[in-house]
Every structure is written in structure tokens, then in C-alpha cells.
Design a protein around this ligand. Structure first.
Ligand SMILES: [Zn+2]
Ligand SMILES: [Zn+2]
Length: 213
């Protein structure tokens, strides 16, 4: 499984393209491209690699993770949007989310497939398992590839930090509980691809993250 990371929009959100080189099966995790040059950059990468994404996988639907959804839906009309049912509310209040941050936020498409804890989402020969980790957002999830020991943590877990819980649907107690019981129990050598900032590992966060006991 190949991974390409982009850092997009004024929130410096990480958008990931996950794909299988043989089958060219491809998903976009949290499409945050906002400015036209960012949209072009994403599209160029897809074209250069002959990729036609079939799915968008949302870790959650705060604005910085969905800015590029409408653009991608226009480019790839068959695209399906995967996210937790509790995140649809964030899509519904897109305009309000934009207003809070003083930024135009075009209404994204609705979630077309509701993911659930333990669901396996296939990408080529690999699969990503959905891990529900509410707390940063009410329907926050992580995507875990057991084969490749890779976790996409969204804004649940960062290198040296955790997601803020003062936004739409946040709850600090739930967040810490989800991290401790569902992420810190993964193998130490799992690489964590975060929604913002640097990549880390479960082991590094177990020992160096001040929020985790
Ligand atoms: Zn967020
Ligand atoms: Zn974010």
C-alpha cells in the first residue's frame, strides 16, 4: 500500500492518498484541498499515477478535513463518501463551521456510507479497519491497516499531543479513554499518520505524549 501526504489549507491539514500500485485502487483520506492550486496539486498527483479514487474516507468532518470534498465529487462523480453517522451533523452545519473560523466553506456532499467500529474497508490487497475514537469530534474514527502496521489517526492523536475538544462534538474524557483503550493497545511499531503535523509511532506516543498515561 502506498501513501502520499499533502498538507493543505490554512489549518495545515494532512490529506492522504492511499493506493495499491497493482490494482490502482485508491482512497483519499480527509480531502482538505482548499485553494485552486491545492486542488490542482491533488488532481495532478492522481493523474500522474493513473489513480481514480473510489472512496473518500473521513476521520471526521471538521471543515479542514472536508474542504476538498465538493471538488473531488465533481471530478469523480462515482466517488463514495465514508464517515461515521455522528459526523453527518458536521456536514449539515458546514456554513456555521465556516462562520466560526471566518472562512468560506462550500457545502460538501452528504456521507454516503456510514462506517462502524471493526468494519474493514478494502483497498487493493489491503484493508483498513475502522476504529471508533470519539472525543475530538462525536463521530471521530481512525483507520488501521494491520498488515502494514499503519494508523490514520485524524485529529484524535498527534505527535506529542491530542486533538482539541472545544470544537463541535468534543469531549476530552472520551477522547483520552478512546486513545488509551483503542490506540495505545495497538503494536508499538505501528506508524501513525496524523491529521496535522508529523508522523509518529504508537511507542513514541506511549512514552512521550503528556496526555497519555
Ligand atoms: Zn478536527
Ligand atoms: Zn483538523
Amino acid at each position: 500500500m502506498k501513501i502520499k501526504r499533502f498538507s493543505f489549507n490554512p489549518f495545515q491539514e494532512n490529506t492522504y492518498i492511499v493506493y495499491d500500485e497493482k490494482s490502482l485502487d485508491c482512497a483519499v483520506i480527509d480531502p482538505g484541498c482548499y485553494f485552486p492550486e491545492e486542488q490542482n496539486c491533488l488532481l495532478q498527483f492522481l493523474q500522474d499515477n493513473n489513480l481514480h479514487p473510489s472512496k473518500v474516507l473521513y476521520t471526521h468532518c471538521h471543515l479542514d478535513h472536508c474542504f476538498g470534498a465538493t471538488f473531488l465529487a465533481e471530478q469523480f462523480p462515482a466517488l463514495k463518501f465514508y464517515g461515521h453517522t455522528n459526523e453527518q451533523e458536521n456536514i449539515n452545519i458546514a456554513e456555521q463551521q465556516g462562520a466560526v473560523f471566518g472562512i468560506d466553506f462550500q457545502q460538501p456532499p452528504s456521507i454516503s456510507h456510514y462506517v462502524f467500529d471493526g468494519e474493514k474497508i478494502t483497498i487493493g490487497n489491503n484493508s483498513l479497519t475502522v476504529i471508533e475514537t470519539p472525543g475530538h469530534s462525536a463521530g471521530g474514527v481512525c483507520y488501521y491497516c494491520e498488515n502494514e502496521k499503519i494508523l490514520f489517526s485524524g485529529d484524535t492523536l498527534f505527535a506529542g499531543s491530542v486533538g482539541r475538544t472545544d470544537l463541535f462534538g468534543g469531549n476530552m474524557q472520551m477522547l483520552i479513554q478512546a486513545i488509551n483503550t483503542k490506540l495505545m493497545t495497538l503494536p508499538d511499531d505501528v506508524t501513525v499518520y496524523c491529521g496535522h503535523g508529523y508522523t509518529t509511532t504508537i511507542n513514541e506516543e506511549k512514552h512521550g505524549n503528556p496526555y497519555i498515561s
